[in-house]
Design a protein around this ligand. Sequence first.
Ligand code: C2E
Ligand code: MG
Ligand code: MG
Length: 386
Amino acid sequence: MEPSTQRLVFKAGEEIFAEDDAPTTAFLIEAGRVVVSTIQHGERRELGELAAGALLGEMAVIDSAPRSASAHAMCDCVLIAIDRNQFAERLAAADPVVRALLMSQLTRYRSALATLTGDVREHTLTTSPDDAGAIDKIRLESELRGALERDELEVRLQPLLHIASNRVAGYEALVRWQHPQRGQVSPNEFIRLAEETSLIIPVGDYVLARVCDMLAELRKRGREPLPFIALNVSARQLDDPTLVDRMLAQLEARGLPPDRLEVEITESLVFNQAQIAALLERCHAAGMLVALDDFGTGYSNLGPVLSLDFDRIKLDQGFTRAIHTPRGFALVSAITAMVKALGCEMIAEGVEQAEQLEALRQLGCDYAQGWLVGKPVSLREVLDGA
Ligand code: C2E
Ligand code: MG
Ligand code: MG
Protein backbone atom coordinates (compact mmCIF):
# COMPACT_ATOMS: atom_id res chain seq x y z
CA MET A 1 0.00 0.00 0.00
CA GLU A 2 1.30 3.47 -0.92
CA PRO A 3 -0.16 6.02 1.46
CA SER A 4 -0.96 9.54 0.22
CA THR A 5 -3.31 11.69 2.33
CA GLN A 6 -6.70 10.16 1.51
CA ARG A 7 -6.03 8.21 -1.67
CA LEU A 8 -4.63 4.74 -1.08
CA VAL A 9 -3.11 2.54 -3.78
CA PHE A 10 -3.19 -1.25 -3.37
CA LYS A 11 -1.35 -3.63 -5.67
CA ALA A 12 -3.06 -6.71 -7.15
CA GLY A 13 -3.43 -9.37 -4.43
CA GLU A 14 -2.65 -6.99 -1.57
CA GLU A 15 -4.74 -7.25 1.58
CA ILE A 16 -6.85 -4.17 2.37
CA PHE A 17 -8.12 -5.46 5.69
CA ALA A 18 -8.55 -8.84 7.40
CA GLU A 19 -11.16 -10.53 9.55
CA ASP A 20 -11.15 -9.36 13.16
CA ASP A 21 -9.27 -6.14 12.32
CA ALA A 22 -10.50 -3.09 14.20
CA PRO A 23 -12.85 -0.98 12.04
CA THR A 24 -10.74 2.18 11.71
CA THR A 25 -11.90 3.39 8.32
CA ALA A 26 -14.21 2.68 5.41
CA PHE A 27 -13.25 3.14 1.76
CA LEU A 28 -14.69 4.33 -1.51
CA ILE A 29 -13.34 2.34 -4.47
CA GLU A 30 -12.14 4.86 -7.05
CA ALA A 31 -10.54 2.37 -9.48
CA GLY A 32 -10.08 -1.39 -9.66
CA ARG A 33 -11.95 -4.35 -8.16
CA VAL A 34 -11.91 -5.75 -4.67
CA VAL A 35 -12.84 -9.25 -3.53
CA VAL A 36 -14.41 -9.74 -0.12
CA SER A 37 -13.99 -13.18 1.46
CA THR A 38 -14.27 -15.03 4.73
CA ILE A 39 -13.08 -18.32 6.20
CA GLN A 40 -15.89 -20.82 6.65
CA HIS A 41 -15.35 -24.31 7.94
CA GLY A 42 -11.62 -23.85 7.46
CA GLU A 43 -11.95 -22.81 3.85
CA ARG A 44 -11.74 -19.33 2.30
CA ARG A 45 -15.04 -18.38 0.61
CA GLU A 46 -15.65 -15.42 -1.64
CA LEU A 47 -18.60 -13.30 -0.58
CA GLY A 48 -18.55 -10.94 -3.52
CA GLU A 49 -16.68 -8.50 -5.67
CA LEU A 50 -16.85 -4.74 -5.48
CA ALA A 51 -16.11 -2.38 -8.34
CA ALA A 52 -15.38 1.35 -8.69
CA GLY A 53 -18.02 3.54 -7.04
CA ALA A 54 -18.80 1.02 -4.28
CA LEU A 55 -18.23 1.52 -0.58
CA LEU A 56 -16.04 -1.02 1.18
CA GLY A 57 -15.65 -1.82 4.86
CA GLU A 58 -18.45 0.52 5.86
CA MET A 59 -20.35 -2.08 7.91
CA ALA A 60 -17.77 -2.38 10.64
CA VAL A 61 -17.43 1.39 10.75
CA ILE A 62 -21.20 1.78 11.20
CA ASP A 63 -21.59 -0.68 14.08
CA SER A 64 -17.99 -0.55 15.40
CA ALA A 65 -17.74 -4.36 15.30
CA PRO A 66 -14.48 -6.05 14.23
CA ARG A 67 -14.24 -6.82 10.50
CA SER A 68 -16.24 -9.94 9.66
CA ALA A 69 -14.53 -10.48 6.31
CA SER A 70 -11.25 -9.81 4.53
CA ALA A 71 -10.78 -7.61 1.47
CA HIS A 72 -8.09 -8.00 -1.17
CA ALA A 73 -7.31 -5.99 -4.30
CA MET A 74 -8.03 -8.12 -7.40
CA CYS A 75 -5.97 -5.78 -9.57
CA ASP A 76 -4.20 -2.49 -8.85
CA CYS A 77 -6.79 -0.43 -6.96
CA VAL A 78 -7.20 3.15 -5.84
CA LEU A 79 -9.31 3.66 -2.70
CA ILE A 80 -10.33 6.82 -0.87
CA ALA A 81 -10.29 6.49 2.90
CA ILE A 82 -13.47 7.76 4.53
CA ASP A 83 -13.16 9.02 8.06
CA ARG A 84 -15.54 7.14 10.34
CA ASN A 85 -16.92 10.48 11.56
CA GLN A 86 -18.33 11.12 8.10
CA PHE A 87 -20.72 8.25 8.79
CA ALA A 88 -20.98 8.48 12.55
CA GLU A 89 -22.06 12.11 12.58
CA ARG A 90 -24.58 11.61 9.79
CA LEU A 91 -26.02 8.56 11.52
CA ALA A 92 -26.27 10.47 14.77
CA ALA A 93 -28.15 13.25 12.98
CA ALA A 94 -30.35 10.92 10.90
CA ASP A 95 -34.01 10.20 11.42
CA PRO A 96 -34.00 7.63 14.27
CA VAL A 97 -36.33 5.33 12.31
CA VAL A 98 -33.97 5.28 9.36
CA ARG A 99 -31.10 4.59 11.74
CA ALA A 100 -32.97 1.74 13.38
CA LEU A 101 -33.79 0.21 9.99
CA LEU A 102 -30.16 0.38 8.99
CA MET A 103 -28.95 -1.18 12.22
CA SER A 104 -31.52 -3.97 12.01
CA GLN A 105 -30.47 -4.79 8.44
CA LEU A 106 -26.86 -4.76 9.50
CA THR A 107 -27.50 -7.14 12.37
CA ARG A 108 -29.48 -9.46 10.13
CA TYR A 109 -26.74 -9.46 7.52
CA ARG A 110 -24.07 -10.22 10.11
CA SER A 111 -26.01 -13.16 11.56
CA ALA A 112 -26.69 -14.53 8.08
CA LEU A 113 -23.01 -14.23 7.28
CA ALA A 114 -22.11 -16.13 10.40
CA THR A 115 -24.38 -19.07 9.58
CA LEU A 116 -23.71 -19.28 5.86
CA THR A 117 -21.74 -22.26 4.70
CA GLY A 118 -20.39 -20.98 1.45
CA ASP A 119 -23.37 -21.05 -0.91
CA VAL A 120 -23.28 -17.28 -1.38
CA ARG A 121 -23.35 -16.51 -5.10
CA GLU A 122 -20.64 -14.28 -6.44
CA HIS A 123 -21.96 -10.89 -7.42
CA THR A 124 -20.61 -7.44 -8.18
CA LEU A 125 -21.99 -4.43 -6.33
CA THR A 126 -21.96 -0.99 -7.89
CA THR A 127 -23.55 2.29 -6.95
CA SER A 128 -27.16 2.83 -7.92
CA PRO A 129 -27.86 6.12 -9.76
CA ASP A 130 -29.85 7.25 -6.72
CA ASP A 131 -26.72 7.05 -4.57
CA ALA A 132 -24.48 8.89 -7.02
CA GLY A 133 -25.12 12.34 -5.49
CA ALA A 134 -24.36 11.06 -2.00
CA ILE A 135 -21.24 9.29 -3.22
CA ASP A 136 -20.04 12.47 -4.94
CA LYS A 137 -20.57 14.39 -1.72
CA ILE A 138 -18.56 11.82 0.24
CA ARG A 139 -15.77 12.04 -2.35
CA LEU A 140 -15.74 15.86 -2.26
CA GLU A 141 -15.71 15.86 1.52
CA SER A 142 -12.76 13.45 1.65
CA GLU A 143 -10.95 15.65 -0.84
CA LEU A 144 -11.70 18.71 1.27
CA ARG A 145 -10.13 16.98 4.29
CA GLY A 146 -7.03 16.34 2.17
CA ALA A 147 -7.02 19.91 0.83
CA LEU A 148 -7.06 21.21 4.37
CA GLU A 149 -4.07 19.04 5.32
CA ARG A 150 -2.16 20.14 2.23
CA ASP A 151 -2.93 23.86 2.76
CA GLU A 152 -4.83 24.03 -0.53
CA LEU A 153 -7.45 26.46 0.75
CA GLU A 154 -6.71 30.09 0.04
CA VAL A 155 -7.99 33.00 2.08
CA ARG A 156 -8.60 36.16 0.05
CA LEU A 157 -9.25 39.65 1.30
CA GLN A 158 -11.96 41.93 -0.08
CA PRO A 159 -11.57 45.61 0.85
CA LEU A 160 -14.16 47.60 2.80
CA LEU A 161 -14.15 51.29 1.97
CA HIS A 162 -14.87 53.79 4.73
CA ILE A 163 -17.05 56.05 2.60
CA ALA A 164 -16.61 59.38 4.43
CA SER A 165 -12.79 59.23 4.44
CA ASN A 166 -12.56 57.36 1.11
CA ARG A 167 -10.04 54.96 2.70
CA VAL A 168 -9.93 51.18 2.89
CA ALA A 169 -10.47 50.57 6.61
CA GLY A 170 -10.68 46.78 6.62
CA TYR A 171 -11.19 43.58 4.67
CA GLU A 172 -13.51 40.60 4.65
CA ALA A 173 -11.76 37.21 4.59
CA LEU A 174 -13.26 34.95 1.92
CA VAL A 175 -12.05 31.39 1.55
CA ARG A 176 -11.36 29.74 -1.83
CA TRP A 177 -10.66 26.13 -2.77
CA GLN A 178 -8.63 25.58 -5.90
CA HIS A 179 -9.48 21.96 -6.69
CA PRO A 180 -6.99 20.13 -8.94
CA GLN A 181 -9.75 18.69 -11.18
CA ARG A 182 -12.91 20.66 -10.43
CA GLY A 183 -11.27 24.09 -10.62
CA GLN A 184 -12.30 26.77 -8.15
CA VAL A 185 -15.01 25.41 -5.84
CA SER A 186 -17.22 28.19 -4.44
CA PRO A 187 -17.35 28.61 -0.67
CA ASN A 188 -21.15 28.52 -1.03
CA GLU A 189 -20.73 24.87 -2.05
CA PHE A 190 -17.93 23.56 0.15
CA ILE A 191 -18.70 25.54 3.31
CA ARG A 192 -22.21 24.07 3.25
CA LEU A 193 -20.72 20.61 2.78
CA ALA A 194 -18.21 21.16 5.58
CA GLU A 195 -21.06 22.27 7.81
CA GLU A 196 -22.85 18.95 7.40
CA THR A 197 -20.15 17.37 9.56
CA SER A 198 -17.79 18.91 12.07
CA LEU A 199 -15.26 19.42 9.24
CA ILE A 200 -16.30 23.09 9.38
CA ILE A 201 -14.41 23.36 12.69
CA PRO A 202 -10.93 22.69 11.22
CA VAL A 203 -11.86 24.73 8.10
CA GLY A 204 -12.89 27.64 10.35
CA ASP A 205 -9.73 27.26 12.44
CA TYR A 206 -7.65 27.27 9.26
CA VAL A 207 -9.27 30.52 8.04
CA LEU A 208 -8.88 32.07 11.51
CA ALA A 209 -5.17 31.19 11.65
CA ARG A 210 -4.58 32.59 8.14
CA VAL A 211 -6.49 35.79 9.00
CA CYS A 212 -4.36 36.29 12.13
CA ASP A 213 -1.20 35.61 10.08
CA MET A 214 -2.39 38.25 7.60
CA LEU A 215 -3.05 40.81 10.32
CA ALA A 216 0.43 40.16 11.73
CA GLU A 217 1.95 40.57 8.27
CA LEU A 218 0.05 43.84 7.62
CA ARG A 219 1.31 45.15 10.94
CA LYS A 220 4.88 44.02 10.15
CA ARG A 221 4.67 45.90 6.84
CA GLY A 222 3.70 49.05 8.75
CA ARG A 223 0.06 49.36 7.64
CA GLU A 224 -1.13 52.23 9.88
CA PRO A 225 -3.78 52.31 11.15
CA LEU A 226 -3.92 48.52 11.12
CA PRO A 227 -7.01 47.47 9.10
CA PHE A 228 -9.56 45.10 10.62
CA ILE A 229 -10.37 41.75 9.02
CA ALA A 230 -13.89 40.33 9.16
CA LEU A 231 -14.24 36.58 9.53
CA ASN A 232 -17.37 34.64 8.53
CA VAL A 233 -18.51 32.05 11.03
CA SER A 234 -21.07 29.36 10.41
CA ALA A 235 -23.72 27.56 12.45
CA ARG A 236 -21.62 24.74 13.88
CA GLN A 237 -18.84 27.13 14.83
CA LEU A 238 -21.40 29.13 16.80
CA ASP A 239 -22.36 25.95 18.66
CA ASP A 240 -18.76 25.58 19.81
CA PRO A 241 -18.46 27.17 23.27
CA THR A 242 -14.69 27.59 22.86
CA LEU A 243 -14.95 29.64 19.64
CA VAL A 244 -14.22 33.06 21.14
CA ASP A 245 -11.44 31.69 23.36
CA ARG A 246 -9.77 30.12 20.34
CA MET A 247 -10.02 33.39 18.42
CA LEU A 248 -8.48 35.29 21.32
CA ALA A 249 -5.71 32.69 21.69
CA GLN A 250 -4.77 33.07 18.01
CA LEU A 251 -4.70 36.87 18.34
CA GLU A 252 -2.74 36.76 21.57
CA ALA A 253 -0.17 34.34 20.13
CA ARG A 254 0.72 37.05 17.62
CA GLY A 255 0.30 40.00 20.00
CA LEU A 256 -2.61 41.38 17.94
CA PRO A 257 -5.28 43.71 19.38
CA PRO A 258 -8.69 41.92 19.42
CA ASP A 259 -10.45 44.94 17.93
CA ARG A 260 -8.81 44.16 14.56
CA LEU A 261 -10.85 40.96 14.22
CA GLU A 262 -14.52 41.23 13.38
CA VAL A 263 -16.96 38.34 13.44
CA GLU A 264 -19.64 38.12 10.73
CA ILE A 265 -22.78 36.15 11.44
CA THR A 266 -25.22 35.67 8.62
CA GLU A 267 -28.79 36.72 9.39
CA SER A 268 -30.33 33.30 8.81
CA LEU A 269 -28.21 31.86 11.66
CA VAL A 270 -29.63 34.20 14.24
CA PHE A 271 -32.50 31.98 15.35
CA ASN A 272 -30.98 31.10 18.71
CA GLN A 273 -30.95 34.59 20.15
CA ALA A 274 -29.67 33.53 23.58
CA GLN A 275 -26.65 31.89 21.94
CA ILE A 276 -25.86 34.97 19.83
CA ALA A 277 -26.40 37.27 22.83
CA ALA A 278 -23.79 35.25 24.77
CA LEU A 279 -21.37 35.43 21.84
CA LEU A 280 -21.85 39.20 21.53
CA GLU A 281 -21.18 39.62 25.22
CA ARG A 282 -17.97 37.56 25.04
CA CYS A 283 -16.76 39.38 21.92
CA HIS A 284 -17.56 42.81 23.29
CA ALA A 285 -15.86 42.04 26.61
CA ALA A 286 -12.73 41.14 24.62
CA GLY A 287 -13.04 44.19 22.36
CA MET A 288 -14.02 42.33 19.18
CA LEU A 289 -16.72 43.67 16.86
CA VAL A 290 -19.61 41.60 15.52
CA ALA A 291 -21.47 42.25 12.27
CA LEU A 292 -24.84 40.92 11.15
CA ASP A 293 -24.23 39.67 7.59
CA ASP A 294 -26.62 39.51 4.60
CA PHE A 295 -29.15 41.66 6.42
CA GLY A 296 -32.59 41.52 4.83
CA THR A 297 -32.24 38.05 3.30
CA GLY A 298 -32.59 35.49 6.12
CA TYR A 299 -35.86 35.39 7.95
CA SER A 300 -36.23 39.15 7.40
CA ASN A 301 -37.14 39.38 11.03
CA LEU A 302 -36.30 42.50 12.99
CA GLY A 303 -36.28 40.62 16.30
CA PRO A 304 -32.50 40.11 16.33
CA VAL A 305 -31.90 43.79 15.59
CA LEU A 306 -34.25 44.71 18.42
CA SER A 307 -32.56 42.65 21.10
CA LEU A 308 -28.98 42.02 19.94
CA ASP A 309 -26.42 44.82 19.89
CA PHE A 310 -24.51 44.13 16.72
CA ASP A 311 -21.79 46.69 15.98
CA ARG A 312 -22.30 46.65 12.24
CA ILE A 313 -25.06 45.62 9.90
CA LYS A 314 -24.18 44.42 6.41
CA LEU A 315 -26.93 45.10 3.92
CA ASP A 316 -27.24 42.27 1.44
CA GLN A 317 -26.14 42.98 -2.11
CA GLY A 318 -29.68 42.52 -3.44
CA PHE A 319 -30.66 45.87 -1.89
CA THR A 320 -27.56 47.65 -3.22
CA ARG A 321 -28.43 46.35 -6.68
CA ALA A 322 -31.91 47.89 -6.40
CA ILE A 323 -30.79 51.28 -5.09
CA HIS A 324 -31.31 53.00 -8.47
CA THR A 325 -35.06 52.26 -8.32
CA PRO A 326 -37.41 54.46 -6.25
CA ARG A 327 -38.47 51.49 -4.08
CA GLY A 328 -34.89 50.30 -3.61
CA PHE A 329 -33.70 53.79 -2.67
CA ALA A 330 -36.59 54.22 -0.23
CA LEU A 331 -35.86 50.89 1.42
CA VAL A 332 -32.07 51.42 1.72
CA SER A 333 -32.73 54.93 3.02
CA ALA A 334 -35.08 53.64 5.72
CA ILE A 335 -32.74 50.77 6.68
CA THR A 336 -29.76 53.15 6.90
CA ALA A 337 -31.76 55.50 9.14
CA MET A 338 -32.76 52.57 11.36
CA VAL A 339 -29.20 51.23 11.61
CA LYS A 340 -27.81 54.67 12.46
CA ALA A 341 -30.58 55.33 15.01
CA LEU A 342 -29.59 52.07 16.73
CA GLY A 343 -26.01 53.36 16.97
CA CYS A 344 -24.69 50.70 14.58
CA GLU A 345 -22.52 51.15 11.52
CA MET A 346 -23.85 50.15 8.15
CA ILE A 347 -21.94 48.28 5.43
CA ALA A 348 -23.42 47.90 1.95
CA GLU A 349 -22.42 44.70 0.14
CA GLY A 350 -22.16 44.21 -3.63
CA VAL A 351 -21.33 47.79 -4.61
CA GLU A 352 -20.45 47.53 -8.29
CA GLN A 353 -21.25 50.97 -9.72
CA ALA A 354 -20.15 54.52 -8.92
CA GLU A 355 -23.82 55.64 -8.82
CA GLN A 356 -24.55 53.07 -6.09
CA LEU A 357 -21.63 54.36 -4.02
CA GLU A 358 -22.82 57.94 -4.50
CA ALA A 359 -26.35 57.07 -3.34
CA LEU A 360 -24.93 55.26 -0.28
CA ARG A 361 -22.76 58.28 0.53
CA GLN A 362 -25.82 60.55 0.34
CA LEU A 363 -27.69 58.25 2.73
CA GLY A 364 -24.84 58.26 5.26
CA CYS A 365 -23.90 54.57 4.89
CA ASP A 366 -20.55 54.00 6.64
CA TYR A 367 -18.80 51.35 4.53
CA ALA A 368 -19.00 49.98 0.99
CA GLN A 369 -17.84 46.54 -0.15
CA GLY A 370 -18.00 45.29 -3.72
CA TRP A 371 -16.24 45.03 -7.02
CA LEU A 372 -16.18 48.82 -7.44
CA VAL A 373 -13.98 49.04 -4.34
CA GLY A 374 -12.10 45.81 -5.05
CA LYS A 375 -12.51 42.08 -5.63
CA PRO A 376 -11.23 39.51 -3.11
CA VAL A 377 -7.44 39.32 -3.63
CA SER A 378 -4.45 37.59 -2.05
CA LEU A 379 -2.53 39.22 0.80
CA ARG A 380 0.37 39.69 -1.63
CA GLU A 381 -1.85 41.82 -3.90
CA VAL A 382 -3.05 43.81 -0.87
CA LEU A 383 0.56 44.45 0.16
CA ASP A 384 1.50 45.41 -3.39
CA GLY A 385 -1.34 47.94 -3.30
CA ALA A 386 -3.50 46.14 -5.89
P1 C2E B 1 -20.70 36.71 2.28
O1 C2E B 1 -20.10 36.65 3.63
O2 C2E B 1 -21.97 37.49 2.13
O3 C2E B 1 -19.58 37.29 1.32
C1 C2E B 1 -19.83 38.16 0.27
C2 C2E B 1 -19.90 37.44 -1.04
O4 C2E B 1 -20.24 38.35 -2.06
C3 C2E B 1 -18.55 36.85 -1.45
O5 C2E B 1 -18.80 35.67 -2.21
C4 C2E B 1 -17.99 37.94 -2.36
O6 C2E B 1 -17.00 37.47 -3.25
C5 C2E B 1 -19.24 38.37 -3.08
N1 C2E B 1 -19.13 39.74 -3.59
C6 C2E B 1 -18.43 40.75 -3.03
N2 C2E B 1 -18.57 41.88 -3.74
C7 C2E B 1 -19.39 41.59 -4.77
C8 C2E B 1 -19.94 42.38 -5.85
O7 C2E B 1 -19.68 43.56 -6.02
N3 C2E B 1 -20.78 41.73 -6.70
C9 C2E B 1 -21.09 40.42 -6.55
N4 C2E B 1 -21.93 39.87 -7.44
N5 C2E B 1 -20.60 39.64 -5.55
C10 C2E B 1 -19.76 40.24 -4.66
P2 C2E B 1 -17.96 34.36 -1.98
O8 C2E B 1 -16.53 34.70 -1.74
O9 C2E B 1 -18.33 33.43 -3.09
O10 C2E B 1 -18.53 33.79 -0.62
C11 C2E B 1 -19.83 33.35 -0.53
C12 C2E B 1 -20.23 33.09 0.90
O11 C2E B 1 -19.49 32.00 1.44
C13 C2E B 1 -19.94 34.26 1.83
O12 C2E B 1 -20.97 35.21 1.71
C14 C2E B 1 -19.92 33.58 3.16
O13 C2E B 1 -21.23 33.40 3.65
C15 C2E B 1 -19.35 32.20 2.82
N6 C2E B 1 -17.92 32.19 3.19
C16 C2E B 1 -16.86 32.65 2.51
N7 C2E B 1 -15.73 32.46 3.21
C17 C2E B 1 -16.08 31.85 4.38
C18 C2E B 1 -15.37 31.37 5.53
O14 C2E B 1 -14.14 31.49 5.66
N8 C2E B 1 -16.10 30.79 6.53
C19 C2E B 1 -17.46 30.66 6.44
N9 C2E B 1 -18.10 30.10 7.46
N10 C2E B 1 -18.16 31.09 5.38
C20 C2E B 1 -17.49 31.67 4.35
MG1 MG C 1 -19.66 37.82 5.07
MG1 MG D 1 -22.77 38.93 2.99
